[in-house]
Design a protein around this ligand. Sequence first.
Ligand SMILES: *Cc1c(COP(=O)(O)O)cnc(C)c1O
Length: 389
Amino acid sequence: MQPHPTDDAYGPDMTRIYLSAPDVGQREEDAIIAAVRSGWIAPLGPEVDAFEQGIAERTGRQYAVALSSGTAALHLALLGQGIRPGDVVLTSTMTFAATANAIHYVGAEPFFIDSDETTGNIDPSLLEHVLADFAARGERVAAVLPVDLLGKPANYTLIEPLAAQYGVPVIADAAEAFGAYHEGRPAGAFGVSAAISFNGNKIMTTSGGGMLLTDDEKLAKHTRYLATQARQPVTHYEHTDIGYNYRLSNILAALGRAQLSRLDSMIARRRQHRAWYRELFEGVRGVTIFGGEDDAQDNVWLTSILVDPDVAGWRAAELSAALAADDIESRPLWKPMHLQPVFAGARSLVTGASERLFTTGLTLPSGSALDDSQMARIGQRVQEFLTKR
Ligand SMILES: *Cc1c(COP(=O)(O)O)cnc(C)c1O
């Protein structure tokens, strides 16, 4: 059998070094088999309830609703705020397309706001400018949707009061930041609701899955209802709303619980990689570790470097090509949404910050499953590349 791994399929290719491959082992295998043997196969069951409880505890939320993906969580979070066609949602341009796609699913219009230069997260001063501008024109903003980029929460200390001042709800895209903190509060605890993701490459995985987190009991109930085809509780399945099939399966929740029990050690391992990259690039001219020095509260999901080609004498893409020649995956930061063909024509407030991050950034292998010999191989290739410059 010839494996054909793509960027998103972590195939059984033993020599390729992936950006962030799933970190699963005996504990996960045992949990999945136990779930199968319990007879709770499809779709819901006790593992889902326990997994929701575990995630709610970890994020300090009252309610957690397990769903089939982080994208589904964003979709239902937007529906939960009654966002509808014609509404405007302010969001970060520096994000994965799922954020903006979910805004489209409900027929709303995304308005893209540029990044803070250091963190890549939505710039609160630009957000303030846009909110004031909309208010001055008498145009309604339906929601603010900040994104916690690469495991560093957005600046909710500024964003939450700002949105409240304009009477706009905050929905947090914490898909990349589960396990992180902002000023001592867990990622996922901010906003009226937050979405997290357990996709295969995230900090922990259920193969595919996500959760909506909230403190609002009615919202949690309504989310469960919409996620299970909006069935009224009668035997003939009366329907008064359009529903979705978005719930997480019991077997995948068992995998999630095993992962959750290892979350802290997986974050610690990624933190070791971050420190190791800091050392590797220490003193290399024109190269900085993306996100700034202050990463103690991040979940350090992915480690990226920024390369100033004028100072370094080389471009991020050249290092990427050198790594690819040895089957080592690396990738630019997210291409900003305002530059994506599918969102051409969307309104935005951009300064060039996210575009600079996109053109100078390179994300390096960061997964917790990477062993020391793989890290050494990456180090060797980087050193060889630097020596040739
Ligand atoms: C991964 C991700 C999502 C989507 O999560 P899925 O579980 O893959 O649907 C949404 N937003 C951001 C910022 C992400 O990185």
